[in-house]
Write a protein of this length. Structure first.
Length: 356
């Protein structure tokens, strides 16, 4: 029983740990995917707003250093100019004019900044667009912003998605979106925008693999700790159970002694006065008490290996009748009548020793 209790304790603990880790890992990875997917959507939105291209980046208005940041600065070989001298002979402390000294590109009104992106997004965004007219034919392909896809490959990918009716989602390492548009003749067309998300997807996969690996290692470590600590947890229960078994065993041996004495006295009474209904009833009760002590010992050893019940088909009507006959003498001595109404030939499957 103690071994089974320990196994159940370990199983419940590990199941709880696995469920908690799975929920945490799922929430973390889902939040990471949401963040990456939102960043990709912002880039798609920017491309869609500019008709399938990225807006031109002006380093003088966006975030980042200007190309002419040191164009008007002092020459490296030329010593720095001395500060101006006041009429009183003291040098004038440096006081930049209003607005001077700000980091170039500090304005936040560029399309990139308004879209939640940095100016560097212009240089690390790889995409291509395919325009399909209402007849299902490719009318234009723009693959200038990607080097790994040819115009023929881009057209075939877009046509396949157009025929399947897909308007958004992922295709291999590309996140795509179908945008309704019109061409120069105001004819309805559909422009597919494909944004390369290979780097982001690789990051997601690596993060997922890392979290799964950490969760597995953590689960194994917790399992080892639980196996070791479970011995300490179940030790009080094991000690209490062992004491209970010892008490039952000792009590059964102690009960057998007075039963044996009572049985011997009944034999003496029967030799002197002959067998009577009372002596017979006492002898039956002695047998029942002896059987009961054996059952207590048997129940205390149920968890031991090799201990099992011998199941068989038994006559339940006979067992009930035999048990009730032991109360006939008590009922008769008290002036009462014990009436039995047991249906005949009732059967039950069990062990005779534990039912009598």
């Amino acid at each position: 029983m103690i071994k089974n209790l320990r196994r159940k304790f370990i199983a419940v603990t590990m199941l709880s740990v696995v469920i908690v880790l799975a929920l945490l890992m799922g929430m973390i990875n889902y939040a990471n995917f949401r963040n990456v997917n939102r960043n990709l959507d912002m880039r798609l939105n920017l491309i869609e707003e500019n008709g399938g291209t990225l807006p031109a980046f002006d380093p003088g208005q966006g975030r980042g250093p200007r190309k002419d940041f040191f164009a008007d600065g002092p020459d490296e070989d030329e010593p720095p100019a001395a500060p101006p001298i006041k009429p009183d002979g003291n040098s004038t402390p440096f006081a930049p004019p209003d607005g001077a000294g700000e980091f170039p590109g500090g304005r936040d009104d560029t399309p990139f900044i308004r879209s939640g992106l940095s100016g560097e997004s212009l240089f690390d965004t790889r995409f291509f667009t395919v325009t399909i007219d209402d007849t299902g034919s490719v009318s234009a392909v723009n693959a200038d912003n990607i080097a790994t896809v040819t115009e023929e490959q881009a057209a075939s990918i877009a046509l396949l998605l157009f025929q399947k009716g897909r308007t958004s989602g992922y295709k291999n390492e590309y996140k795509f979106r179908a945008v309704p548009n019109t061409d120069g003749d105001d004819s309805p067309v559909t422009m597919y925008i494909f944004l390369n998300a290979g780097r982001e997807l690789d990051t997601l996969h690596n993060f997922l693999f890392a979290t799964v690996a950490v969760s597995i290692i953590g689960t194994l470590l917790v399992f080892l700790l639980v196996v070791i600590l479970s011995k300490i947890v179940v030790r009080p229960v094991a000690e209490s159970y062992e004491k209970q078994k010892r008490f039952i065993t000792d009590a059964s041996h102690e009960i057998k002694t007075p039963l044996a004495i009572i049985g011997a006295n009944i034999e003496v009474v029967e030799m002197e006065n002959g067998e009577s209904e009372w002596t017979k009833s006492i002898r039956n009760q002695i047998t029942r008490l002896a059987s009961l002590t054996e059952k207590l010992v048997f129940l205390s050893r149920m968890d031991e290996e090799g201990t099992s019940l011998v199941m068989e088909e038994l006559d339940l009507s006979e067992l009930v009748t035999e048990s009730a006959e032991g109360f006939m003498g008590s009922a008769k001595s008290s002036g009462r009548t014990l009436t039995l109404a047991v249906a005949p030939h009732l059967t039950i499957r069990g062990e005779r020793a534990t039912l009598t």
